[in-house]
Ligand binder design. Structure first.
Ligand SMILES: Nc1ncnc2c1ncn2[C@@H]1O[C@H](COP(=O)(O)OP(=O)(O)OP(=O)(O)O)[C@@H](O)[C@H]1O
Ligand SMILES: [Mg+2]
Length: 261
């Protein structure tokens, strides 16, 4: 599997203000943090605290109102499709194209030759070999989501931005997907920023967790997760895991009630 080059992200005083009919919303305020090369950062926080907004600022698709985002020292002011990949809650596979045709689409759009070797390797790891000619409607939710991750990784991006990619899946499929993602990440060492509602998912996956508080969306806390890798799914039952979970939960609950603002 490709090793790809990794990328560092520096977020400097980023604020995002939306203008609405009824006024303005400070969705993200004065956010300053960095993601190291090959690091796996998870972002958690109450609904509406600005997680998705922050991710879009990192994508270059919806720029921040104030502040800058730098990818390897280069200021981000437009999307970098070869460098930054995105995966959303919905797999976004086109239903009228087969899985393989969906994976090939970004190559066709970019008029770039398909990296068959990498695609084959990713399909293998994703357990999707034999389903290349299936249509999305013939795949399970987990398979579709793995397909969309394969589609993003086939572009060999340096940074992978993920917004609740497993949010719609049942608990068991979600655990499988977590293990799949860690397996892929261990091989590729991409720089990942992963947004999730699930604090336990964040602790299981991440090297570090950014806890955000709402109104305005701010970075409330950074938690280092030092559990050894590879991580076993039973880690979530360990006392140390549960104590971090409780700590972050208290922080998120407190910020929801307005105590953190
Ligand atoms: N396009 C927009 N126009 C105006 N306000 C917006 C827009 N997008 C988001 N907001 C507001 O910005 C704030 C942050 O929204 P955002 O979607 O980033 O939150 P989130 O943390 O991703 O929430 P969730 O966990 O529910 O996905 C919210 O108050 C939301 O109403
Ligand atoms: Mg969101």
């Amino acid at each position: 599997m490709t090793q790809g080059t990794k990328s560092r992200i520096d977020i400097k005083n980023v604020s995002k203000i939306y203008k609405t009919g009824s006024g303005t919303v400070e969705a993200v305020k004065n956010f300053t943090e960095s993601v190291k090369d090959g690091e796996f950062v998870c972002v958690v926080g109450a609904s509406g605290c600005g997680k998705t907004t922050l991710l879009w600022c990192l994508s270059g698709l919806h720029p921040s109102t104030l502040g800058t985002v730098e990818i390897d020292g280069e200021i981000l002011n437009a999307p970098m499709p070869g460098k930054i990949g995105m995966v959303f809650q919905d797999s976004n596979l086109l239903p009228w194209r087969t899985l393989m045709e969906n994976i090939e689409l970004p190559f066709q759009i970019k008029k770039k030759p398909i990296n068959h070797e990498l695609v084959e390797e990713l399909l293998e790891v994703a357990g999707l070999k034999g389903f290349e000619n299936s249509y999305p409607g013939e795949l399970s939710g987990g398979m579709k989501q793995r397909g969309s991750i394969v589609r993003a990784l086939a572009q060999d991006p340096e940074v992978l931005l993920m917004d609740e990619p497993f949010g719609a899946l049942d608990a068991f499929t979600r655990e499988e997907m977590n293990l799949f993602l860690l397996k892929v990440w261990a091989k590729t060492k991409k720089t990942i920023v992963f947004v999730t509602h699930s604090i336990s998912e964040a602790i299981f996956l991440g090297d570090r967790i950014w806890v955000m508080s709402p109104r305005p969306g701010r970075l409330a806390r950074v938690v280092d997760v030092d559990f050894a890798r590879p991580r076993h799914i039973d880690l979530q039952f360990e006392p140390d895991f549960i104590s971090i979970l409780k700590e972050i939960r208290t922080e998120v609950e407190g910020s929801k009630a307005g105590k953190g603002n």
